[in-house]
Design a protein around this ligand. Structure first.
Ligand SMILES: Cc1cc2nc3c(=O)[nH]c(=O)nc-3n(C[C@H](O)[C@H](O)[C@H](O)COP(=O)(O)OP(=O)(O)OC[C@H]3O[C@@H](n4cnc5c(N)ncnc54)[C@H](O)[C@@H]3O)c2cc1C
Length: 387
């Protein structure tokens, strides 16, 4: 088996790995990206809410106009089921033109890969990595492409594989919290237009989000796994009745649902985002609950900051302990904050405790009345720790 050489090897060409590869173009470094799937084969039913901050980063990567259709989010209405208190977030609260955009995962994935086709990175699709090994001077990955085994050695190996291979990296311990929830995702239509409003409604079973997308909404409904299975199997009319009962009438009358699917939800965090000659980005570094749509936005900032950490050093310093320490330091606050924010929301709201419901209602009402608090929250959600 021959071993190819690269300066940086990225394993996983999902949205975060692909963004990292784009951010490293023009450095003159040898970048190899191995992705198990072919971009055309990716059909993923989830919609992704991109923050305004992510739009700015995607523009810098030269991808933004190509991610379409993208539906702007003009307002976010936050409420809780069965209790008082609500808050409305607007772009003015954060001092930005729009709160964000909703895109579908497949279009995002393909737009990033089309940008990679322009060159500057060696991209190999249909290449599944089976093993990695980190040595003091380099890291290696073995992969199979068309049943042929091959390997790549690099100064820095980046795990952007969503989290499977990282478990095998020596020295990084992972903690996992199973939320006992699954997300039911679907496209739903209402009798009335959405007017760019997103709804985040907290229910005792889990949060329910309606994101304006095209001429309807993308639904992300967190429920117990057994309820998720039931919701997937319900006849359309019964599903719409159940949804209406949970979501209320603020978004309008639900008239159509399509593309139902479900995802298990968990929080998974590594004790470190680096190991010898290895850096973790995106879901490989931290997998979050989708409440408030933080996961990809945070992962994109991982990719951007890792690319900056690489650009800041001479080629022979890439993948060394000092360079990796700088990457860790750049990401610690944002990553910990993102995890604490989403985890806190899920824990605080996913219960029927009447005392907590009262406190939450008062908190939402207070948030609505306090512009500085809203500004802080919006900017934290949109730009991360630098907000
Ligand atoms: C229901 C749901 C809704 C969500 N909504 C939002 C949202 O609104 N906003 C938001 O910001 N985030 C959202 N997220 C989170 C978001 O989807 C993830 O954070 C994002 O997909 C992470 O991207 P990634 O590239 O790190 O990992 P992934 O998307 O998991 O990509 C990993 C890639 O690595 C490849 N790969 C895996 N193993 C190997 C291997 N051995 N060899 C080679 N390649 C490999 C895979 O094929 C894949 O392409 C949501 C998540 C869920 C579940």
């Amino acid at each position: 088996m021959t071993t190819e050489r690269a300066d940086i090897l990225i394993i996983g060409g999902g949205p975060v790995g692909a963004a990292l590869a784009l951010a490293l173009r023009g450095t003159g470094l040898g970048i190899t990206l191995l992705e198990a799937r072919a971009p055309e084969a990716v059909s993923d039913p989830r919609a992704i809410a991109l923050s305004w901050g992510s739009r700015l980063l995607l523009e810098r990567l030269g991808v933004w106009p190509a991610v379409s259709p993208a539906t702007p989010i003009e307002r976010i209405h936050v409420s809780q089921h069965g209790s008082f208190g609500s808050s409305i977030l607007t772009p003015d609260d954060a001092g930005i033109p729009t709160l964000g955009y909703v895109v579908d995962f497949g279009s995002l994935f393909r737009a990033l890969h089309r940008a990679l086709d322009a060159g500057g990175v060696r991209v190999q699709v249909g290449a599944r990595v089976s093993g990695i090994e980190a040595l003091p001077q380099e890291a290696r990955a073995e992969y199979e492409s068309g049943a042929k085994p091959a390997s790549v050695a690099a100064r820095l190996l980046v795990l952007a594989d969503g989290g499977v291979l990282a478990e095998r990296v020596a020295g990084i311990g992972f903690r996992e919290t199973d939320y006992g929830q699954s997300a039911v995702v679907a496209q739903v239509k209402t009798a009335e237009p959405h007017r760019g409003v997103a709804y985040e409604r907290f229910t005792p079973e889990g949060p329910l989000a309606l994101l304006p997308f095209g001429d309807g909404f993308a639904l992300v409904w967190s429920v117990k796994p057994e309820s998720a299975q039931e919701l997937l199997n319900l006849p359309e009319a019964d599903f719409l009745i159940r949804l209406q009962a949970r979501a209320g009438t603020r978004a309008g009358r639900f008239v159509e649902v399509s593309g139902r699917s479900s995802f298990p939800l968990r929080l998974r965090r590594g004790a470190s985002s680096t190991a010898q000659r290895i850096a973790l980005v995106g879901n490989a570094a931290q997998t979050l609950h989708p409440v408030a749509g933080q996961g990809f936005n945070l992962g994109l900032r991982d990719a951007w900051e890792l690319a900056q950490a690489v650009r800041d050093v001479a080629p022979e310093q890439i993948g060394t302990d000092p360079m990796l320490a700088r990457y860790r330091a750049r990401r610690r606050l944002d990553s910990t904050g993102g995890m604490a924010f989403t985890d806190g929301l899920v824990r605080l709201f996913s219960n029927a405790d009447p005392v907590l419901a009262l406190a939450r209602g008062m908190g939402l009402a207070a948030l609505d009345a306090l512009p500085p608090a809203k500004r802080f929250l919006c900017r934290r959600m949109i730009f991360g720790s630098r907000g």
